[in-house]
Write a protein that binds this ligand. Sequence first.
Ligand SMILES: [Zn+2]
Length: 243
Amino acid sequence: MENRLRLLFSLQQIDSNLDEVQDLKGDLPHIVADLEQRLHTKTTKKKTLEETVQKSLVARDAADVEILTLKELIEKYKTQQFQVKTNRQYDALARESDTAQDKIQKLEREIETMEGKATLAKADAESLLPEIEELKAELDEKQAELQLVNKEHEEEELRLRHQREKIVVRLDKADVRQYERIRKAKAGKAVVPVRRNACGGCFNRVPPQTVLELRKNSKILICEHCGRVMVSDEIVESIGSAQ
Ligand SMILES: [Zn+2]
């Protein structure tokens, strides 16, 4: 059991050191992630607008072709009108011609709408460009900074992670789970020493009976106030600053 407590306390020390390394990196990882997200949003928006331009122009071209076909048809009706023998035939062709003319007008209005849409989308897409360029430049800069900081702490992080792995494999999975749960809930501190009969996490008094129990190093004792695992000085000293 003593070993289990020792391992848990060692794990806590390593994680605290890793947390410190993260603190040294400051907001950089967060800033980089945020910039990446913003850049992605803007780029996607620009792409969608460009697709709108493309689609509108394709539709406009199709309408253009249709108008040409209809105009040819109207010409054909006119020629036929000279050749027909009855008024009824003549009127029928005139009606066909009118229908085609109506269609042309409708298509011309549609073309106007589509061109307007394309122009707007194009302007919107272009207006995003300066923002995108700015975000890209900022991201490049921050990424370079982060890379530098990462490199600075790379060795230490690797060493700590390696130590951590060696400890985790020696612990019960249930213990590790409990540890992680408390650590997450308690701002990174799951295992704390008891000093002057007070919990090292919340600084509340530890009952004398618990202090006695603690000295036996025989079981996992949880602080009744903050829920952290408490360890005795003996455990703390046995590990000391060896980490
Ligand atoms: Zn406590």
